[in-house]
Every structure is written in C-alpha cells, then in structure tokens.
Design a protein around this ligand. Structure first.
Ligand code: NCD
Length: 330
C-alpha cells in the first residue's frame, strides 16, 4: 500500500472514533489512540463493581436493543457480551445463525435489513471470515453500531482490551513489562489484536513463541521478537499468554503431533520458574489441557484465566456504552 492509500485507510478507520467519549463502531484496535484505550480501561474499572452488587444492573442502555450475531461457535465471548448488555439494562437478542434464515438461503444483507427493520441499535458480530464485521459496518444504517467479536484470523479487539485490563491489574506500568504470546500465532486474531494493543501501550518487550510453521512470515514488522525455543522466549517474562492450536483454521498439518507439541511448547509446571517472580499465565480460552497447557498450570496460583473471563464483562460493558449512538437531538 502506498503512503497516500495508507493515509486514506487510516482516515477511514478513524471515522469509527466519533470522540474520546464516543465510538461509531469497535472493529479493530490498531487505530485507537493510547488515551482512548486507557479511558476504556478506566471506565471498565468503574463497571467492574456492578457485578459484585446485589442488583447487578445500571440503567445506561435502557430502551436500546443489542443483537449478538454469531456465525461461529463461542462460549465466553458470546455470553459475556450478553451479560454486559443485560447489566447495562439493554434488551438483548441472540441470533444463532445455525438456526436462522441464512441457512435457508437468505443473504447476509437481507438478514441485516430485517434486523434493522426491527429497530435494533447495535450488532455484535462474530464471523469466520476476516473483514466481515467491517463489511457489515459499511452496510448498516447510520444509527447502528457494529462491534467486532472476532473475524477470521484478523482481529478480536474486545479480547485484547480485556487482556490488557487483566495485565494492568498486576502490572501498573506497561512500559516496564515483558510479555510473551505462545503457540498458534499464525491463525490467531487474539494475538494480532493483543500485539497492537501492547504496542500502543508502549510495552517495550513483546515476544511471540511457536514452531516456525505457526509464526507468520514478517511478524517482526509488528514490533515483536520471535522465538522458536519456548524456554528462551518465556525467560523473565511478566506475562505469558498461551494460545490454542486453532485446528479449524488450519488447511494442512502444521505440527508433527500433539505430544511432541506439548513437550516443546506446552506450559508445564517446571516452566513456571522461568517467569519473573510475580509472572502470570493467561489464556483466552478455550483451553486444551495437555496440549498447550497442563492442568496444574491452568488451575495453579499463577493462572489468571478465570479472571480474564470475569474482566470480559466489565470491559465489554465499557465498550458497549461508548459505542451506543446518542439519540438525535429533538
Ligand atoms: C478465541 C477466539 O475465538 O478467537 N477465544 C475467545 O474469544 N475467547 C481464541 C480461540 O478460539 O482459540
């Protein structure tokens, strides 16, 4: 892409930011200013308390209708978006595309037009194709916001936000930490969005670790260092994020066998001592025990995997509330 096209592209993406207090859509993380990311984290912090109250609701999105439009399986992301919307008092619809009219031949655009006719205010979209959420955002009417809940291997911006929210709970200063992401980087939208977020937050040492076949060519251009040796890669890290082998996105065999993979890249208890003294272990889920992580580590005291899930609700509440379009002035 030449510079002129790049500028145009950036301008286009920045149109998704209406103001620091308001987002048009939430599709990607790489174009967000650092100050906005920090504002979202602070807002999420204030929502975190709501889940602990006897009445777990605030009236911010009362009267709004939010739709989960999931074209791919999901447990954590789908349900935490649903809980986030409900805790903000929005009306909420789950469209399970497996059972919807799309299966009867209706086009995606027709499905969208019908949902628009029901006066929905926001679509939360998960889709196996990269770029699907952006496509939908360009084809909905002005008053509808689109949130990307994961598109192909491209981006998963709300997961990146909940990951940095979780990291900040343990390490206040992003400029002083070493972070490693381990496993199937090639097929991982989580890794891509997280790398962008960590770069924007000025994390000085970001590492990606995996077999050569699962490290994308040229990944260093994203500002990371790559390692094929797990022990060298996680040495002295404050945060290690483990990823699943995303077999459903693989079109051929990328590793010799799972047993061998576990020996080379599995987070076994003995590897814990390589981390910094207070180092933490994260995983976006779903966890495949005995393949990329042992049960002992996943359930151990360095693991913050379930905290990531809880934090997902507060972070998604913050993103939903910032992305809701204001009522036009009367
Ligand atoms: C991830 C996803 O769907 O990209 N999971 C998630 O959102 N919690 C990671 C994965 O599928 O491995």
């Amino acid at each position: 892409m030449n510079d002129e096209n790049k500028d145009l592209n950036n301008e286009n993406k920045n149109n998704n930011i209406v103001s620091q207090k308001h987002l048009r859509h939430f599709l990607d993380i790489e174009y967000l200013p650092k100050s906005l990311i920090l504002d979202i984290l602070d807002l999420a912090e204030s929502f975190a308390g709501v889940s602990g109250q006897p009445v777990k609701k605030v009236p911010l999105l009362r009267g709004k209708t939010i739709v989960n439009l999931f074209f791919e399986a999901s447990t954590r992301t789908r349900t935490t978006f649903e809980l986030a919307a409900k805790r903000l008092s929005a009306d909420f619809l789950n469209i399970n595309v497996d059972f919807s009219a799309t299966k009867k031949g209706e086009s995606l655009l027709d499905t969208l037009r019908n949902l628009e006719a029901m006066h929905c205010d926001m679509f939360i979209v998960r889709h196996p194709l990269s770029g699907a959420a952006e496509f939908i955002s360009k084809n909905v009417s002005q008053n509808i916001s689109v949130i990307n809940a994961g598109d192909g291997r491209h981006a998963h911006p709300t997961q990146a936000m909940l990951d940095v929210f979780t990291i900040r709970k343990y390490f206040k200063d992003f400029k002083k930490i070493k972070v490693a992401i381990v496993g199937d980087i090639l097929h991982s939208r989580v890794a891509r969005s997280l790398i962008h977020a960590l770069r924007i937050l000025e994390v000085p040492d970001i590492r990606v670790i995996g077999p050569k076949t699962l490290l994308p060519n040229g990944i260093e251009h994203m500002g990371v260092t790559s390692y094929v040796d797990m022990d060298a890669g996680i040495k002295d890290c404050n945060v290690v994020i483990m990823l699943r082998l995303q077999n459903e996105r693989m079109n051929s065999s990328f590793i010799p066998d799972e047993h061998e993979y576990y020996n080379l890249y599995g987070f076994t208890p003995d590897r814990l001592q390589l981390l910094s003294k207070n180092g933490i272990v994260m995983h976006p889920g779903p966890v495949n025990r005995g393949i990329e992580i042992s049960s002992e580590v996943a359930d151990g005291d360095r693991s913050v995997i379930l905290q990531q899930v809880s934090n997902g609700i507060a972070v998604r509440m913050a993103i939903l509330s910032l992305s809701m379009q204001p009522q036009p002035d009367n």
